[in-house]
Design a protein. Structure first.
Length: 476
């Protein structure tokens, strides 16, 4: 049991966890008015290239340095900053303080939400608010290393496996993908946390062991109040997005939950609580190429099957998969592979935001390659475009729609250079998605979420599409 000094020194007695109301609505509207324009995409790409990814790599190096400047530079693989050891020592000390506080709050959070001892709703809400504050401050510790950015800090720790190494693991997948994506039998047990009031409805968390990756999967559930057998949407996040560990992120779940959906938001492999030591969130997915993509997507497909099973057992309402960017790509692959399994694990609909039809289009034509610059070369270590495509195509959905086309809603940006627009449009057209379910805005990848704060038509259309499914498959 965690000692009570944590509650006195770390958990605040004010600032409730659940906040919404007019203040939150006005803030979201102002953000949308200010940033929901194409100029924001260029600014975001610049910020990712010049600050976020290099600062994240420095932050990740600090995770293994344990306060040692020498170990920091060794992990980073960079030359020492002339005369910068004093600054670095201070930065590492501040980082360690933020890290220790976040770890202590996470431990208390685990105890009150998943432990055997009961606690009051008020205390759980306070612990969740403090945990989120601590996690946000820990992630924001990237700024402590800003003085090193001028030293051309590497944006990513690239690890390109050889074709032979990948063949040893995945060669058979090119003939039959089922062994890599089929739900395990039996499915792992899913544990549900104690609840707290959410911004809309009630929030709680699910956790279970990843069938493929072996770590613990966490998923936040936003459940509407007074809705019997609500429809469920498993909704994935974008790469490097830690929705449960930063304050102030765009939260699509609020709108969907207010519309009556139970929204399950799983943490993708190597994000959030699943981030490996020495990495930043999502780095392994991008940097360990191409096995990071295959491990991550195949692992997520099996994890979504576990969540689909839990959803069917806890509600008779319809089930949908969806997400933004990486989450949307995961949703369409998971829906595609679900056709190989039991009917109860198949979604009834899809809600896809800023997605593309082929992973290869994102890696070969997408802006992420330019954001990482010369440090990111997927064709190193003996790869050719043709040989890489033999594996990346395994992550693409088939040209036949995995669910009824009328129950697919797609949101695309004409200026999207991360998940290329033409690739996403080709997919929804091949699937026969009705034009009324295709929402195309003159926006890019990063301005689209801002746009959807005010443009509620896609959500309304998705609700209509899913409303026509009065019930999902049998829960047996």
């Amino acid at each position: 049991m965690v000692s009570t000094h944590l509650t006195n020194g770390l958990v605040p007695k004010s600032r409730p966890y659940a906040w919404s109301g007019r203040g939150g609505t006005w803030r979201r509207s102002l953000w949308s008015l200010a940033f929901a324009w194409p100029w924001f995409d260029g600014a975001s790409e610049w910020a990712l290239r010049r600050f976020f990814f290099p600062a994240s790599r420095l932050w990740a190096a600090a995770r293994t340095a344990d306060g040692s400047a020498e170990r920091f530079y060794e992990t980073l693989g960079a030359a020492r900053h002339p005369g910068g050891d004093a600054k670095l020592t201070i930065a590492l000390a501040r980082f360690q303080k933020a890290r220790a506080r976040a770890a202590a709050l996470e431990a208390e959070w685990q105890r009150v939400f998943f432990g055997w001892e009961e606690s009051s709703v008020a205390y759980r809400s306070a612990v969740e608010a403090a945990r989120l504050d601590g996690a946000h401050a820990y992630n924001a510790a990237r700024r402590f290393f800003a003085f090193l950015l001028r030293r051309s800090a590497p944006p990513i720790r690239l690890d390109i496996q050889s074709p032979e190494a990948v063949d040893a693991i995945y060669a058979s997948a090119r003939a039959d993908l089922t062994p890599f994506t089929a739900p395990p039998d039996p499915l792992p047990a899913v544990e549900s946390s104690r609840p707290v009031p959410g911004a809309v409805g009630t929030d709680y968390w699910l956790r279970f062991k990843s069938p493929r990756l072996g770590d613990m999967v966490y998923a936040r559930v936003h459940e509407p109040v007074d809705v019997s057998d609500p429809p469920t949407l498993i909704f994935g996040h974008g790469v490097c997005v830690e929705f449960d560990h930063w304050r102030g992120l765009i939260d699509e779940a609020t709108t969907l939950c207010a519309a009556g959906f139970r929204v399950i938001r799983p943490e993708a492999p190597w994000h959030g609580r699943r981030t490996p030591a020495g990495s930043f969130a999502g780095e392994r997915l991008i940097a360990t190429f191409p096995t990071g993509l295959m491990d991550g997507f195949f692992g997520a497909v099996q994890e979504w099957a576990v969540l689909a099973d839990w959803s069917r057992k806890t509600s008779r309402g319809p089930l949908a998969f969806g997400g933004t960017s990486l989450g949307a790509l995961t949703a369409q692959l998971a829906a595609d592979r679900a056709r190989e399994g039991a009917a109860r694990l198949r979604p009834d609909g899809l809600f896809l935001i800023t997605h593309c039809g082929r992973i290869g289009d994102a890696t070969a034509q997408g802006e992420m390659t330019n954001i990482f610059g010369a440090a990111y070369d997927p064709f190193a270590n003996g790869w050719t475009p043709e040989r890489i495509d033999d594996y990346l195509r395994l992550l693409d959905p088939r040209p036949e729609a995995p669910v009824a086309p009328a129950k697919i809603v797609s949101v695309l940006g004409k200026r999207d250079r991360v998940t290329p627009f033409a690739s996403g449009l080709a997919l929804v057209q091949a699937w026969g998605v009705p034009e009324a379910n295709q929402f195309i805005f003159d926006r890019g990848h990063f301005s689209m979420p801002m746009t959807l704060i005010r443009r509620k038509t896609p959500v309304a259309r998705f609700c209509e599409a899913m409303g026509s499914a009065t019930s999902g498959p049998s829960r047996s």
